[in-house]
Structure formats: C-alpha cells, structure tokens
Design a protein around this ligand. Structure first.
Ligand code: ATP
Length: 321
C-alpha cells in the first residue's frame, strides 16, 4: 500500500456516506491543535476527521510526534482544540465549561495509561470502584462481578498493587476504566510497561471487553501486533489522518507504518515544527506537560467531588478513602 501525504484528512466521519448509520462513541471533525507560538509553534493536529464506532476497538498508530496522544487528549476534553469540533456520544465538547468537562470525563470516559496509576494503599477492589466512590455513584454489583470475572481478577480483589504483577495491575486499571460503563475507554500505550506475555493478556482482555461487554475502546499503540487486535486502525502522520485499515493483520499494519516512515516521518522524532527551521519541541517536555494536564484534571475532579459532598450529594467519599 503506498501512502502519499494528503493535504487534508480522510472524509469527515459524520458525512462519509460509507459511514452513514454508524453510531459514534466519539468523533473529531476538522480538529486542529496548535501548541506554542512564534518559533516554537507546533501544529500537533492538522484538520483531523476521526470517528470511533460504538462497540469497536479502534487503534491509533503513527510515528513518534504524529499527534496520537494529542488526539486522545482533545477527544477526552483534557485539552482544548484550536479549531474544529469534538463529540463524546452526542455531547459536543466545545461549548462546555471546565467543570462540565471534568464531569463528562469522570462519567463518560475511562482512561488506561502506560503507568497503571493505581493507589498503592487501596486494594484492587477499592481501586476499581474509586472513581464511582469519588463521584458518589453506586457501583452495580452484577456489572462489577461481570467485569471482574471477564478480566480474571476474582482471586486478586483483596490484594494491594504492590502484591500484583504488572499485568495484573494493568488489568485492575482496565477494570477501573470499564466498571463505570463509559461511552469510551482511551487506552494510551497500555502495554508499554509490560512484557510480551502480560501485554498479550491485557490486549486479549481489551478485545473481550469489546466483544463481551460491548465497550468502545480507542487504543494508542506503537506495536503492530497490538493494533492487529483492533477492528480498525487509524494512522496519523504529521498531525494528519492519512490511512485507515479494517481488520488488519500485523503484517499489513507494519507495511502501512513503513509507508508512513518512508513518506518522511522521523522515526523516534519529536515534532512537526510549524515554521521551517523552528526549534523542535522536546518530547520529554511534552510528556511532562501532558502528565501535568492529567494531574490537573484529576485535581479538578477531586475539587468537583468535594463541592458535591459539601452540597450533600457525594456521600460515598469517606467509604472509599
Ligand atoms: N503540551 C505541549 N506543548 C507543546 N508541544 C506539544 C505539547 N504536547 C505535544 N506537543 C507536540 O505535538 C506533537 C504531537 O505530540 P503527541 O504527543 O500528540 O505525539 P504522539 O504521536 O503521541 O507521540 P509519541 O508516540 O512519541 O507519544 C509533537 O511535536 C509534540 O512535541
């Protein structure tokens, strides 16, 4: 498959006739995201149209710096788009204030990251129910049982993270993301810290959570074997959506990635400077900024919960902590 570098992304998901009637868990329409200004200006996303079909596992691939994490952050409202529109289900994000965005993230989006982000002093069960406990929502016991059994965690519920393997910790993080039945789970390099056996286990359970639990998952990965678990694979290059594969095997994914790198992406590179000769933004700094934004969002959620508690609507916090 040969990959050119098009001037614009693939057809708008909402208007593409081939996609008529699809139910979108999330979509981005003509989304651009620009970081910085002047010489350090970087166009991380450049008029991207991308949709995530309800009940499917969609992988997002592309060379380093191609905009994968930025797309995930814009989709989840962790970052504001510079232009374009984003929906979670039928809720458009652009008109929402910070508090409404925080609540939408908490109630309708589940996150799984490379670092498992479990609280070390809580048991696996307490970690899984923490978001619901913080939000003052009851956990449906039958659903919790179903998720725990699907993920093979029944025997580990009383263990703390330090007593679990990396793969088991990531399964707990997946259960935490799934138990609230979010519209969308965003999994950003969830197997990046795992050995190949544990990675295979986690990918298998993400697949089962789509097939058996009806979940919608967006999976950011560098690994062609991981992307081969997906129903569709979207490829970003220089901030643009440049290719899409359905039910691809690892060989087809690798071939497409090779085409992208041949088209001029920097493997392991660190940016798409907007101006010729502009300084390249340091990837570690971008990662630190991303972590800071995530922590900020968690803090916002915490503050919103405290406000709810003060208003008498969030009475389960004490039980969790
Ligand atoms: N907060 C930020 N400030 C400035 N530039 C940023 C910021 N976040 C990302 N970038 C830049 O935007 C571009 C896209 O970054 P992004 O992290 O989305 O890429 P990626 O495809 O996820 O890369 P990787 O595979 O290395 O994680 C890069 O050039 C990056 O340096």
């Amino acid at each position: 498959m040969s990959i050119g570098v098009p001037q614009r992304s693939a057809p708008t998901p909402a208007t593409d006739p081939a996609r008529a009637g699809q139910r979108w868990a999330a979509r981005a329409e003509a989304v651009s995201k620009v970081y910085g200004s002047g010489e350090t200006r970087v166009r991380a996303l450049d008029v991207v149209d991308a949709g995530f079909v309800h009940g499917e596992l969609t992988a997002v691939m592309g060379p380093s710096g191609s905009g994968k994490s930025t797309l995930m952050q814009c989709l989840s409202g962790l970052d504001r788009v510079s232009s374009g529109r984003v929906w979670i289900g039928d809720q458009e994000l652009s008109g929402l204030g910070e508090r409404a965005l925080t609540e939408l993230r908490r109630d309708r989006v589940g996150f799984v990251f490379q670092a498992f982000n479990l609280l070390p002093t809580l048991t696996a069960r307490e970690n899984i129910t923490l978001p619901a406990d913080l939000g003052g929502r009851a956990v449906e016991a039958d659903w919790l049982d179903h998720v725990v059994d699907t993920l093979g965690l029944r025997e580990r519920l009383a263990h703390r993270p330090g007593e679990l393997s990396g793969g088991q910790q990531q399964r707990v993080a997946c259960a935490r993301a799934l138990v609230g039945r979010p519209e969308l789970v965003l999994a950003d390099e969830p197997t990046g810290n795992l050995d190949s056996r544990a990675a295979g286990e986690v990918l298998g359970l993400l697949r089962r959570s789509v097939d058996d639990l009806g979940q919608t998952i967006a999976l950011v990965t560098h690994d062609a074997a991981a992307a081969a678990h997906a129903d569709r694979v979207l490829f970003l290059h220089d901030g643009r959506l440049v290719a899409e594969l359905s039910s691809a095997d690892a060989g087809e994914v690798l071939e497409t990635m090779a085409g992208l790198e041949h088209a001029g992406a920097e493997p392991g590179g660190s940016g798409t400077p907007d101006l010729d000769g502009a300084p390249v933004v340091d990837a570690a700094a971008a990662e630190a900024a991303r972590t800071a934004r995530l922590l900020r969002a968690q803090l916002d959620a915490f503050i919103a919960d405290v406000d709810a508690l003060a208003a008498g609507t969030g009475d389960r916090r004490g039980a969790a902590l």
